[in-house]
Ligand binder design. Structure first.
Ligand code: HEM
Length: 218
């Protein structure tokens, strides 16, 4: 446990885990939103090729994340159902719409796959916080994609539409689940570390694909 985390825990015993997660990951979220592949997403001239690259990178990311989430849930008795939250099928639908063959995608680097570990309930909550939180920004993104590119649920935007009008319900359920760990300093620390690492994983994978695809493009 880092000393800054410990002191913030001691000072803020009443804070929920969600508040700790939001505060600890804020700068990672800001950094991610500034990434080339995400920042321009909201612009009318966002290149379709960048969107294809983003979907491909997300496919690899969510395949890894959901595999690790499901593996943990299979081996532990946890009062949380991820089965209705699977996002990989949304990405497959979008990639299929754009006729992108998932077999042609760059696999994740060994460093990326080794990075993510879900060994405790705290780790699980930290990873879920990031994975599920990504659906919140998706609501705004899908509206912009509809306006600028005419993407719909059936045509290119299934992933970003996500849970649609049920987004806040799904989010609140996740937050209620995460708050069951509030007060358990050890698992809260594990959750914060896993959430930061998951954001870093997104940043690293997006950097990797941007490098692979755009180093030769001016
Ligand atoms: C251009 C891309 C993105 C935009 C514009 C965006 C925007 C937003 C917005 C507006 C919220 C607040 C929603 C609300 O309170 O109702 C939010 C929350 C959140 N987003 Fe993003 N987001 C983006 C990408 C991502 C990605 C890629 C991730 C994860 C990998 C992520 C993780 C989160 C999390 C965890 C929260 C919850 C923060 C909290 O605890 O309140 N976001 N995002």
């Amino acid at each position: 446990m880092t000393s800054s985390f410990k002191s913030s825990q001691d000072k803020n015993k009443d804070l929920t885990l969600r508040t700790l997660l939001r505060d600890a990951t804020h700068h990672h979220h800001v950094q991610l939103n500034r990434h080339l592949l995400l920042e321009e997403l909201m612009q009318p001239n966002y290149p379709l090729s960048h969107y294809h690259t983003l979907l491909g990178a997300y496919y690899q990311l969510y395949a890894l994340l959901e595999e690790r989430i499901n593996l943990f849930l299979k081996g532990h008795s946890v009062a949380f159902d991820y089965s209705e939250r699977c996002k990989l099928s949304w990405l497959i639908k979008d990639l299929d719409f754009f006729q992108i063959d998932i077999l042609t995608l760059h696999p994740l680097s060994q460093t990326a796959t080794d990075f993510l570990k879900i060994e405790t309930i705290g780790h699980l909550v930290g990873v879920l916080y990031v994975v599920e939180g990504s659906t919140l920004g998706g609501q705004m993104i899908s509206q912009v994609l509809a306006k600028n590119h005419n993407f719909t649920h059936a045509a290119g935007s299934c992933f970003f539409i996500g849970y649609g009008e049920k987004t806040m319900t799904f989010w609140q359920q996740l937050i209620a689940f995460s708050d069951t760990l509030s007060g358990d300093n050890h698992e809260c620390q594990a959750a914060v570390e896993a959430a930061c690492q998951t954001f870093q994983l997104f940043n690293q994978v997006l950097d990797d694909v941007a490098h692979q695809n755009y180093t030769t493009v001016s």
